[in-house]
Structure formats: C-alpha cells, structure tokens
Design a protein around this ligand. Structure first.
Ligand code: UTP
Length: 420
C-alpha cells in the first residue's frame, strides 16, 4: 500500500492520526506501519466501535433460556464406559481424530514473559505447559497406534517464539510433520474516542481476535484443508492452560459419535452460584454458553429439587467438533459475534510521548469459541469430575495459579498411581 492510498483510506474512516508520525519514521518502520494498515478491515472495526460505545443498536431481544441436558460420567456403568471408549478408540486408531491447542492468548493475568505454553509450573523435571500436552498426545499416539495430528494456534505476537521453543526442545519427541502451527487473526484496539490505538509511532496496537478466531484461522492457514486431506473426522479443541486437559479422550470421542450430535463438550459442576465461569444452557432452543457476566442472579441461583444447580454445567474449553461442524461454521457467512472488553494499553499521546495508562483506555474485541454452538440444534455434554480434568493456570497467585495447578496435578497423579 502506498502512503497516498493509506491516507485516503484513513480519511474515509477518521483514522488519519495513524500516519501522524510517518515523516519521522525510517524506511522499514514505514513499510511495517503501511503493512498493518493494509491488513485492517476498517469497516468492521468502525462497526465494532459503534456497538461497543453504545452508538449502535444493541441486542435488546428477550431470550428464552432453558437447561441443557447432560450425561454425567458418574452415571455410566463400567460396561458403558468400556463400550464408548472402544468406539472412540477405533476412530482414533483409524486416523479420524486430531487435537488442537489454542495458544494465541496474551496470558495477561499470568504475566509470564513469553508464550503461556512455555510456562513451567514447577513439576519435577520442569516440563512446560506445551511439554505436558505433548506428553499426553505422545502417550495416546502410542496407545492407539497412530500419530495424532496436532494443530497449535498461535498469534502474531507469540508465533515466532512458540516455534523456536519447540525447535529448541526437539519438538519434545513428537513427529515434526504431525505438528502444524497456525496464526490467528488480530484486530486493532480502539480508544474510547473511536481512534485506533498507536502504541508506538510506527505501530498499531492489535490484539488476537479471541479463541473464537480459531475457525477463520483454520481456514485461512490451510489447516482445515489439511484435516480434510488426512481424513480427520473429529477435532478436540482446548486451551493451553489446563494442566489436566485430556487432549485425546476416547470416551469423549465415542460418546460424541454414539450420541449422534455434530459437536460435543465436557462440563464440570460450577463450584458455587457466583463462580466466574460460563454455563451451558439452551437459548431460544439452541445450545449456548451464558457468561457469568451475562447471567441473571435468578438463573445463577436456580436449583433443582435435589439441590443441584439448574444451570450448573461450566464450559471449560473442552470441546470436540466434527469436521462437518467446522465446515458448517465456516459456511455460515457472518462469522461469530465479537465481545468487548475494556483494557489498559500503552499509547502515543498528542505530544508523541509513549504513555502507559493507569485505567482502561481502549476496547479489545474478541470472538468466543462457544458462540459457535448456537449454529447447531444439539450438543452432546459429558459432565466429568473437576479434580481429574481441570486445573487451570490463569493468575500469577491465589486461585487458578501455577501453585494450585501443580498441587492438583500431583494429587491427580497420586490417585492414578493408586488405581493402577
Ligand atoms: P483466556 O481467555 O484465559 O486468555 O484463554 P489468556 O490469554 O490465556 O489469559 P488472559 O485473559 O490474557 O489473562 C483461554 C485459552 O484460549 C487461548 C489462550 O491461549 C488459552 O489457551 N486464546 C485466548 C487464544 O488462543 N486466542 C485468543 O485470542 C484468546
């Protein structure tokens, strides 16, 4: 893009300030900035800002919420579990299964210097979060006699470092040709006055477009085509920060296939009415995850006669998508909706000084993977035990921290050893 073309485009959207310092920049910096400008969908961004700032009409529709049926693993007999695991195991052995790790997040709460997957929670041998996941997939590949294709989503901010980390560690013994890294898209952050943020004179502040960006990125990267080529039928999609994540669980795969739904997920019972997790429900008849920030107190507190929560099944990024469901999401046209968060971000002020604000100063836009559930009539929910499947690393200290995750990991290993 030429500077003239960029000026014209920016004028159209009231974003001329992005070139305010252009004349001060060196050749490389200019090229970088023009490249960023060329990659921004300004129409989309201005629409997102209007909605975020309340200038555009909000969804004021009244929705109808109902509980979503689930199957509790505890209620399955030993024979049922064995039969579902056998079914799932056959799919995995036949090459019909792939795992996908979403590792494009910024990990702001953890505050680790580097991709979150490189974090060491202090286990013996000091495996990183990536190595823990890799170990599980290596074990499953061995058990089922088939290397499981592993897709890893990064962002432009951490892609290079992530790849270097794998390379430096010999891919943790995983066949290199079966790991595919792909980069998710970014969206610029927008200040509360509607101006896209420059965080340096030569740089637009962009953020990863949320874990819901996984579908578009699968397509644009060619990974979706790669899955089709390999004959993958089911794709497990999880995050990088749950150290108990079972990336290849034959029970979930067999359960989804037997259930006959196009999508499946594991759930956990929420700890208490106010736990900061989204819960499964039906919204206007479709599967939906209602965020803790959206749910009414009445819904959050509602209980069945036996005292259990009516909306008690938490969504914890443990999802299984059939390849057809991904095709359907990609064909749906509009893409997933964006959610808005107010964040603090460095910016270049009026005088050209780089400033770090003390309060949130800009909107960040993110799509959430679970908004894709609404495209389907049903979802197969398998409720599992929190202690053996969920130990997240979110915060530096306190709850959901490296310390709590390490303790849960070790406790889980102790239990597994006892059962052997
Ligand atoms: P979180 O929403 O917890 O975000 O991501 P985060 O980046 O890890 O941490 P904070 O909120 O900045 O502190 C849950 C999972 O989704 C991935 C993350 O890498 C993590 O595995 N994710 C999130 C992405 O891959 N891309 C995104 O844009 C957002």
């Amino acid at each position: 893009m030429t500077p003239e073309k960029a000026k014209e485009l920016l004028k159209q959207y009231g974003q001329e300030h992005l070139l305010k310092y252009f004349d001060e920049l060196g050749e490389e910096e200019r090229a970088g900035l023009l490249g960023q400008i060329a990659g921004i969908d300004f129409k989309k961004v201005s629409g997102l800002f209007l909605t975020a700032s309340g200038a555009a009409a909000k969804d004021s529709e009244e929705h109808r919420y109902e509980p979503l049926p689930f199957t509790d693993k505890k209620d399955l007999s030993k024979e049922e579990i064995a039969s579902l695991e056998k079914k799932g195991g056959e799919i995995i052995s036949n090459g019909g299964f792939a795992a996908l790790t979403m590792a494009g997040g910024q990990g702001t709460r953890l505050g680790h210097n580097g991709p979150k997957g490189t974090y060491d929670i202090g286990l013996p041998g000091h495996p990183s979060l990536f190595e823990i996941q890799c170990g599980r997939l290596l074990a499953a590949s061995k058990k089922f006699g088939k290397t499981i294709p592993w897709y890893i989503m990064t962002s432009r901010e951490n892609d290079r470092e992530t790849k270097e980390f794998f390379k430096a560690n010999g891919f943790f013994g995983y066949p290199e040709e079966d790991i595919k890294f792909f980069v998710q898209n970014m969206l610029p952050m927008v200040a509360f006055d509607g101006k896209i943020v420059l965080d340096r004179k030569d740089h637009v502040k962009e953020g990863a477009d949320g874990h819901g960006g996984v579908f578009a990125a699968l397509k644009s990267s060619g990974c979706y085509a790669d899955m089709l080529k390999r004959g993958v039928k089911w794709i497990f999609i999880g995050g990088i920060d749950n150290v108990l994540l079972k990336l290849c669980d034959p029970l979930l795969v067999g359960f989804a296939a037997a259930y006959g739904a196009k999508i499946a997920a594991k759930s956990l019972v929420k700890r208490d009415a106010r736990e900061g997790v989204g819960v499964f429900c039906r919204r206007d008849g479709k599967p939906y995850v209602i965020e803790y920030t959206e749910i009414s107190e009445e819904m959050a507190d509602a209980r069945r006669e036996d005292g259990s929560f009516l909306y008690g099944d938490a969504h914890v990024l443990c999802n299984l998508f059939s390849i057809e469901s991904i095709g359907a999401i990609l064909d749906s046209g509009d893409g997933l909706p964006y959610h808005v968060a107010k964040k603090k971000t460095q910016f270049v002020d009026e005088d050209g000084t780089v400033t770090v604000p003390e309060k949130p100063n800009a909107y960040k836009f993110e799509a959430f993977i679970f908004d894709a559930f609404e495209y389907f009539g049903d979802i197969a929910i398998l409720r599992v035990d929190r202690e053996s499947e969920f130990a997240p690393v979110k915060n530096r200290e306190g709850s959901d921290s490296p310390e709590t995750a390490r303790l849960m990991y070790e406790e889980n290993q102790r239990r597994e050893n006892e059962q052997r």
